[in-house]
Write a protein of this length. Structure first.
Length: 89
């Protein structure tokens, strides 16, 4: 599946609203054998790959980019994006 979003704010609003927020919370509690992997490419630069229960962690961006653990509320995508922008100057 491929999705295109107008901007990060729209994506984040959808991710934090029902039914997605409830689905994601339930999924993290009990994955039922289902893996999850997504990659995000930002228009103004920056990329991210996130996955849960993917047995081979050398897929996609992880074949050449360093891994950073996602932590915090809803795994803190906004905080990671802001840190990346600050680091880029």
């Amino acid at each position: 599946m491929r999705q295109y979003w107008r901007d990060f704010d729209s994506l984040e609003a959808w991710a934090r609203s029902l039914p997605h927020k409830e689905w994601w919370t339930d999924y993290l509690r009990d994955r039922g054998g289902t893996s999850f992997w997504h990659e995000t490419y930002f228009r103004r630069g920056g990329i991210e790959s996130a996955f849960v229960d993917v047995p081979d962690r050398t897929v996609g961006l992880n074949r050449f980019a360093a891994m950073v653990r996602s932590e915090g509320p809803m795994l803190s995508a906004r905080l990671r994006l802001e840190k990346d922008r600050e680091a880029a100057g």
